[in-house]
Design a protein around this ligand. Structure first.
Ligand SMILES: Cc1cc2nc3c(=O)[nH]c(=O)nc-3n(C[C@H](O)[C@H](O)[C@H](O)COP(=O)(O)OP(=O)(O)OC[C@H]3O[C@@H](n4cnc5c(N)ncnc54)[C@H](O)[C@@H]3O)c2cc1C
Length: 468
């Protein structure tokens, strides 16, 4: 084992045994905070973190101080899918001071325990969304299914609310049946099948497909090949009683807090072309620059981009990543409420799912509540996906492109083997794709990698197990 990695293993055991350290010995942290423990640094390693999205930021933050970290990000700003117009993305069409998220918008309090522990540590406010968040399914045949909380937002009399609640009963029964069947399948079985095998043609199945389109920002027609190993745990969490949190100052406020607190070197506009692993270290090559030498690399780029970086990929790495394909999607910030008016809907939610005649589904996330703006008066801001042709071009404020990976059953089949073998060859992979595909997965994957490398660790409560 190379010396630096041997020492890192020793550091890891030190972290474990240091959990009873008095708080006064927790370096650079609030007295009394039980959350972050900084290991005694026994060996300083030079570590390259490649990719500055949620997982790369979490890895850089956890390793910072214990090791010498350089964070390489291809874009001119940090954040990955965290794109806040009026903050880390310029948007001339927005009034000064208004910040709207055009990518990541919210987090579940009950299951994103590592992410929320990190936010507490960073001092970034992440309050619960008033009423916890809700969803509506607006079908092309004119029927509307509103979740119980969305019913409360429809500004209607008790009789109509009762009728809306009655419309939910068949979907609620299907939901129970789905959750029961899903709970009988172990991870191995789930990894072998697309989610489509567990769905049917009823309204509940339509709602689930549209929710998955939303959660993984994938075109509706691609949902059929989404892995059940990715979809089922997420559905088991979110079809129960989720409690959404948000960042009124924009999600990029946490990215900025991380950036401010890092001592690591941050290299933006850094298009890393290749990472070579040798007997004594890792070389990182940027276009037109000399190779830089490190002791280890944390690779935090989307999984469909990993093999482009690894010219010397091992057979195992090829198996882990060959199944991932990329896709470019666009989200749209706008103020067009006619998409609701045409359908006679009065209450807007953060998860409004639209069936579009002959065109699959799109979503619209109402943003005023998330951004802490008035819901009584216009402008009513929204973030839409695949609603083209329905939104008045004159009301579009910003279009945001996102580089996303497809989580197909083919790609996800090798995930467990990747998790088990992660860290070989001085290379640690992190990313949302190693967990729930969302921010919690991104942060947990960074924690897992950094436990092996030594550094800080974040202690956090377990996810609430709400599975049937
Ligand atoms: C539109 C949209 C909305 C979403 N909404 C939510 C939400 O509300 N809540 C939630 O929890 N999750 C949401 N997600 C999921 C989101 O993808 C994850 O939560 C998380 O942000 C992913 O982080 P990551 O670090 O794994 O990857 P990414 O965010 O993709 O970060 C990868 C980074 O690597 C960089 N990179 C790539 N190649 C190179 C290279 N060669 N050299 C250097 N850098 C490189 C990229 O520029 C990028 O910054 C959303 C996703 C999308 C697309």
């Amino acid at each position: 084992m190379p010396r630096a990695l041997r020492c890192a293993t020793a550091t890891t055991s030190k972290i474990k045994s240091s959990s009873s350290l008095p708080c006064s010995s927790i370096r650079g942290r609030r007295a009394g905070s039980p959350v972050v423990i900084v290991a005694e640094v026994q060996a300083l390693m030079r570590i390259a973190v490649i990719g500055g999205g949620a997982s790369g930021l979490a890895a850089a933050w956890l390793l910072d101080g214990a090791h010498e970290v350089t964070l390489f990000e291809r874009a001119p700003m940090l954040g990955g899918h965290v794109r806040t117009a009026g903050a880390n993305v310029a948007c001339a069409a927005l009034p000064s001071g208004v910040k709207l998220d055009a990518g990541v918008i919210e987090f579940d309090r009950r299951t994103f325990t590592a992410f929320h522990a990190w936010m507490r540590e960073l001092g970034v406010p992440c309050p619960d969304l008033q009423d916890g968040g809700s969803s509506s399914l607006l079908l092309a045949d004119g029927r509307h299914l509103h979740s119980p909380r969305a019913i409360g937002r429809q500004r209607q009399g008790p009789a109509d609310s009762l009728l809306d609640a009655a419309h939910l009963i068949p979907a609620a029964l299907r939901r129970r049946r789905f959750l029961r069947r899903a709970s009988q399948l172990d991870e191995r079985a789930l990894a072998e099948m697309p989610i489509e095998r567990l769905l049917s043609h009823d309204d509940f199945s339509k709602w689930v497909r549209a929710l998955l389109m939303y959660a993984y920002s994938m075109h509706y027609e691609e949902v059929a090949s989404l892995s059940a190993a990715m979809a089922v745990p997420m559905l088991q969490d979110f079809l129960s009683d989720s409690l959404w949190t948000h960042m009124p100052e924009g999600v990029s406020s946490y990215v900025e807090a991380v950036r401010r607190s890092l001592r690591a070197k941050i290299v933006l506009d850094a298009d890393v072309r290749a990472v070579h692993r040798g007997a004594t270290g890792v070389a990182v090559l940027q276009r037109g620059l000399d190779a830089q030498q490190f002791d280890a690399a944390v690779i935090a780029v989307p999984p469909h981009r990993v093999l482009d970086l690894l010219e010397d990929a091992t057979d195992a790495e090829r198996t882990w990543f060959a199944g991932y394909e990329g896709s470019e999607i666009t989200t749209v910030l706008h103020t067009d409420t006619a998409i609701y008016e045409r359908r006679g809907v009065r209450g807007f939610t953060e998860f409004d799912l639209f069936e579009r005649p002959d065109r699959g589904y799109g979503y619209n996330a109402y943003l005023n509540r998330l951004a802490g703006l008035s819901e009584d008066d216009p402008p009513h801001y929204s973030l839409a996906f695949d609603m083209d042709g329905e939104i008045d071009a004159a009301r579009v404020l910003h279009r945001q492109r996102h580089d996303v990976s497809k989580y197909t059953d083919v790609a996800l089949r090798a995930r467990q083997s990747l998790i088990d073998g992660n860290g070989a060859n001085r290379t640690f992979f992190v990313g949302a794709y190693l967990g729930d595909g969302l921010h919690e997965g991104a942060v947990r994957s960074a924690i897992a990698a950094c436990e092996k490398l030594g550094g800080r660790t974040l202690t956090h409560g377990a996810r609430e197990d709400r599975r049937p």
